[in-house]
Ligand binder design. Sequence first.
Ligand code: MCN
Length: 793
Amino acid sequence: MGASDFANLPHIGESLRRKEDYRFLTGAGQYTDDIVLANMAQCYFVRSPHAHAKIRSIDKSAALAAPGVIGILDGQDVAADKINGLPCGWLITSTNGEPMKEPPHPILAFEKVRYVGDHVAMVVAETYEQARNAAELVVVDYEPLAAVVDVRDAQAPGAPVIHDIASNNQCYKWAIGDKATVDATFANAAHVTKLDLVNNRLAPNPMEPRAAIGHYNRAGDDYTLYVSNQNPHVERLLLTAFVMGLPEHKVRVIAPDVGGGFGAKIYLYAEDVCLTWASKKLNRPIKWNCDRSEAFLSDAHGRDHVSHAELAMDKDGKFLGFRVHTDANLGAYLSTFSTAVPTILYATLLAGQYKTPQVYVEVDAWFTNTAPVDAYRGAGRPEATYLLERIVSRAAWEMGLSQDEIRRRNFITEFPYQTPVALQYDTGDFHACMKQANELADVAGLEQRKAQSKAKGLLRGLGYSSYIEACGLAPSNVAGALGARAGLFECGEVRVHPTGSVTVFTGSHSHGQGHETTFAQVVAARLGLSPEQVDIVHGDTGRVPFGMGTYGSRSISVGGAAIMRALDKIEAKAKKIAAHLMEASDADVDFAGGEFKVKGTDKMVTFGQVALTAYVPHNYPLDKLEPGLNETAFYDPTNFTFPAGTYICEVEVDPATGQVRVDRFTAVDDFGTIINPMIVEGQVHGGLVQGIGQALLEHCVYDRETGQLVTGSFMDYAMPRADDFPSFTIGHVCTPCTTNPLGTKGCGEAGAIGSPPAVMNAVLDALAPLGVKDLDMPASPNRVWTAIQQAKA
Ligand code: MCN
């Protein structure tokens, strides 16, 4: 079935209420912490209070004697049991041909700790309180070392060395594009706009903190790991094949209901391995719940780039060349996909929506004494969009053009379009998004609103951002050539039951995205059923054949496409059964709306009759066809999907206090075919809140001297709240994706990718009359006020 036929099926484009919400809203969800196993013990991790220190010794004796303690394990125990360190899933090769530096990442620190919160020992006791109290009694003799947390300090001569293997703290030095050609375009430019900026570090903060239960079962000599995770099969693969050396079939990973992930739950974490390993060693199921303070210290963080960019233009503001240098902070160890974020997922997006003929990007990645940095909603694409969209607005101001005019002059208009940084965009209509955004945002009325603000002593500004991003990383062979150590396909199994209802097993994982509804809409549309007749199962390696999980807004376009492939097989087989029942050739059978009909006749059987016949094969071509109606498909996409859009933000700034208020926010996106507009709108809202949160509020700060995390709780880390936002105005343009059978493009991250530069451009637009030209995120009152005072001075 083609994507255009698919888009016209019933239920596609219908705002069905989320099937899963009944259980969530009535308290019937089952999260990892809701699972209680017989004889289950509890665990607490002893974490490093130092950013960098040698471990001279660990004295566990007093803690072992504490009430309820079952066992205490540390790095020496890990080494004795030959448990490997955590692997990194993406190999980056430096420009000099050398592989990236890949230091050991032990599950419990061995001889040295490298960030505040590094795991030092696990304490297992009958109750959580007993484990936590006993952890206080573990005496660790540290020899503190100098620490470095900022990428600019990490590369300074004489900086503290974090890993022996990387004597200058550099993990890799990577580049994309043709430097000589790009430099030559700059020599001929009429104008060059320059920009230095920092993309601030963020803490993901899903509503449900991480949690896990390790359970070793002696009877079968096998393990079950319950874990709040976004991709259980990947977790199992890394855990078994890379870390513990176990056969995969001896480990079942279950990610039950998961209360948000935003990227932070993609990875195999040390705690997950510790619990699995210790459950056999101590012969008890062991639960761990991360508290919020631990989450700030130990969840993988996001962003943290320091960049310099230069945009070369001709006299009309047409882009000739773009060159960028970025220093990326990877933290103390390489988290699972960390190395791909500032390279493959960042630099390749720096052509944006523009016809810039030449782009050159250098990325230096550094180790620091901070928590590992990895993908966080958008992963690389927000960093690229922020840099590009900030410099484009600055270029407009320098060239005396409006922010939309400079964009329109440079938009790509013909597709497919090969960018100079590897990606090939299949479709898009950037002018249509811009036009609709301008209308919805009532840009024409800005001057009037500015005057109203001025009358109140406030400054009003408007900022644009025209983003493009790449979802559904693909295909596997290309990703493999670029260093991926995993496949990037997805798997779906469609099980039609004898009565015609359906259970779908998907390798995608829903942790807030509403897959149980949208995937059911897809299956119901194809088979002519109602979505209530379709259940979606995910998050269990024991039930789902295989899966690569949910990240990079891949689920509908890759996971959904795998289900479509399985449905193709179901339809093909069902047609044969129907043909037999109607004594026709299957080539003459059409299937639509749940009915099989012989072309040109009034012969018809329903999907339900066919399903029953498949399982009660009395009148059935048993010599030619197996009974049953159950098909599995693996789908490896041929390209990314490329959602794109234009966002317009309007802010009011109080120059007396530096307070920024987002007054209006308009988002026009192209997600191709939309399955469920209500869910998509919810996804956009969530992304916008995270992106605007980054621009105005959120900031993960380490003390530059001591390496202490000074924003380690919600008292210091400003999470956005509902009253920080206006009601968003949302619009859509649809150019269906040409490389998947649904025509969909991912929507899960767009809001977080497109919004930060729109906000910051709006703030800078508002502050322009005061002479403020530069501002880093978050545009907190203090920063804005300080920038105003500096501009006045
Ligand atoms: N959808 C649709 N039509 C489209 C595109 C998507 O109806 N054209 C629907 C999908 O069927 C799905 C939802 O929208 O129900 C999101 O789909 P998709 O864009 O494929 O993204 P994923 O499901 O792969 O979700 C991942 C994405 C990412 S990478 C992060 S991070 C993120 C996000 O989704 N984390 C989230 N949204 C989140 N939402 C919640 N509540 N919690 C998180 O942790």
